[in-house]
Design a protein around this ligand. Structure first.
Ligand SMILES: Nc1ncnc2c1ncn2[C@@H]1O[C@H](COP(=O)(O)OP(=O)(O)OP(=O)(O)O)[C@@H](O)[C@H]1O
Ligand SMILES: [Mg+2]
Length: 217
């Protein structure tokens, strides 16, 4: 055990403290690990494996999208308040690796010291949230959480049942207005998104966003 004597005068008085350097280091690491786990707890169990650099990611996601991540990762992530990180769209057909790549990037974002509250949710769950919530009681908790998270991964936009108003579109609109980054995964093209949600929502998803075509080789 390493013991060090330190002086600290932050209370005005000089205080002599004894502490174990290795225990302190371990508990700081433990705190950081717990904070990271809390930030990642909304990642579905089936995608806990997904992280940048994992060999499975290279096998399951097209080369083009991985190259875009390598080139633009700095823009995608929050850099400590200076910028909140870019909006991103993960495109491609079923099984092209959209969710895998989005989760791997989300984990990377949550590793940052300055990362706020991150949330992963499925558009289907968000889309049904109002229908399942009692009328007259305000917004469902899923909607509030998705709308206010510092970073939201909204998986499979377009698969939720149609409803008016659609909480998925509402959430995208609210987050855009608040300047909060939303990462969307979708099997729809930009024209199909516009046809389904209108040009305004399509613009709030695509304009200025980093687009990752997961199906492209
Ligand atoms: N836990 C896992 N074990 C084995 N294979 C997996 C696992 N997770 C993903 N895959 C495979 O990785 C590939 C990409 O999957 P992913 O779910 O990321 O694609 P997707 O584009 O999100 O698909 P979808 O449009 O159906 O949601 C698929 O071939 C899938 O079967
Ligand atoms: Mg998916």
């Amino acid at each position: 055990m390493q013991v060090r004597l330190v002086d600290s005068n932050f209370t005005g008085a000089r205080v002599r403290k004894l502490y174990c350097e290795s225990c302190e280091r371990e508990s700081a690491l433990e705190r950081a690990r717990r904070r990271f786990e809390e930030r990642c707890h909304t990642i579905p169990p089936a995608f806990r494996w997904a992280r940048l650099g994992a060999p499975e990611l290279d096998e399951r996601v097209g080369r083009h999208a991985r190259d875009v991540v390598a080139a633009r990762l700095g823009d995608m992530l929050d850099r400590g308040g200076e910028t909140r990180g870019a909006r991103c769209v993960f495109l491609g057909g079923a099984g092209s690796g959209k969710t895998s790549l989005a989760v791997a990037c989300f984990r990377e974002a949550m590793l940052s010291e300055s990362a706020g509250l991150g949330l992963f949710t499925h558009a289907w769950r968000l889309g049904l949230s109002r229908a399942k919530y009692p009328l007259g009681q305000g917004d469902p908790p899923e909607f509030t959480a998705a709308t206010s998270a510092d970073l939201l991964v909204l998986d499979d936009v377009g698969t939720e049942p149609g409803s008016a108003p659609n909480p998925v579109a509402e959430c995208i609109f609210e987050r855009h207005a608040a300047g909060l980054p939303t990462w969307v995964t979708t099997g729809l093209t930009d024209a199909q998104i516009a046809a389904r949600y209108g040009d305004g929502i399509a613009r709030r998803i695509f304009e200025g966003a980093i687009v990752l075509d997961c199906g492209a080789a």
